[in-house]
Design a protein around this ligand. Structure first.
Ligand code: CO8
Length: 257
């Protein structure tokens, strides 16, 4: 098994990339298993948050260089597309996805983290895009997602030099939302996900959808979309009725109504 699935209380699931002997490098088999898990997760209405992490000293140290070395032009393009499609499924999953970055997140590994919604790192996290050191460029979305997340200047600094940054530098760049001690990483991610579990499930998945759509919209179109979606949450059968009533009645909302 190259990916382990663990289901925690409250609809929180954790996927651990488990190929520590190769620092969890991404090959066709890892992508196959990841897609099988996504097939299941996408169908699960009880899912509330997903955590992705890596076994051993790496989150993911990139695409598998040994597997890529002999690839032809068409195989390289095909492999890139497999990675892009897989990470697009993570980005579009109906619940927030938290990357718990326990160590190296390099190249394809950083691209995996970028497809997640939120990134928490341990003090041991090391992040970068070393593709240019191999004569390559990122092929799983890195040239597109990295500048959108941390701005063109910061992204170019990493992309053109292949340099690695430590957890604190990654935090300053906005690559990581939190840095914690290694032994607290998973607990921090789970605690955060438990906060999500207390919120309206439909509201959380709608936030994710609207924020994701904003990447392709002008500000004016995005505001119009937000207004429409906001209004759509006021139907009597929507969870917002329960959320607001619970507040006024000074009790916790029951989202399972
Ligand atoms: N691919 C394959 N094997 C790897 C990878 C990798 N990306 N990273 C590490 N390994 C293997 C090593 O070869 C080594 O195997 P072995 O024990 O059999 O020699 C084992 O993992 C342990 O690694 P190290 O001994 O090197 O561990 P260190 O702690 O000394 O170094 C590093 C850790 C610094 C992370 C080092 O392993 C390293 O530099 N790894 C490569 C990082 C890298 O360049 N990543 C980017 C890869 S390219 C990429 O991701 C492109 C994505 C887009 C593809 C688009 C498709 C066309």
């Amino acid at each position: 098994m190259l990916i382990e699935r663990k289901d925690l209380d409250g609809g929180i699931t954790m996927l651990t990339i488990n190929r520590p002997e190769a620092l969890n490098a991404l090959n066709a088999d890892v992508f196959k298993e990841l897609n099988q898990h996504l097939d299941e997760l996408e169908r699960e209405s009880g899912l509330r948050a997903l955590i992705v992490t890596g076994a051993g000293k790496a989150f993911v140290a990139g695409a598998d260089i040994a597997a890529m070395r002999g690839m032809s032009v068409s195989q390289g393009e095909e492999f890139g597309k497999i990675g892009q499609k897989t990470f697009a499924r993570i980005a579009a999953l109906h619940v927030p996805v938290v990357a718990a970055i326990n160590g190296f997140a390099l190249g394809g590994g950083l691209e995996l983290a970028l497809s997640c919604d939120i990134r928490f790192g341990s003090e041991r996290a090391k992040m970068g895009m070393p593709e240019v050191s191999l004569g390559l460029i990122p092929g799983f979305g890195g040239t597109q997602r990295l500048p959108r997340l941390i701005g063109k200047g910061n992204a170019m600094m990493l992309l053109c030099s292949g340099m690695m940054v430590d957890a604190n530098e990654a935090y300053q760049l906005g690559l990581l939302q939190k840095v914690v001690a290694s032994e607290q990483l998973i607990e921090t991610a789970v605690d955060y996900c438990n906060k999500i579990v207390g919120m309206g499930p439909n509201a959380v998945s709608t936030v994710k959808k609207v924020v994701n759509l904003s990447a392709d919209l002008s500000l004016a179109d995005g505001l119009e979309l937000e207004a429409q979606v906001f209004g759509s949450l006021f139907t009597p059968e929507n969870q917002s009725a329960e959320g607001m009533t619970a507040f006024l009645e000074k009790r916790k909302p029951n989202w399972n109504l």
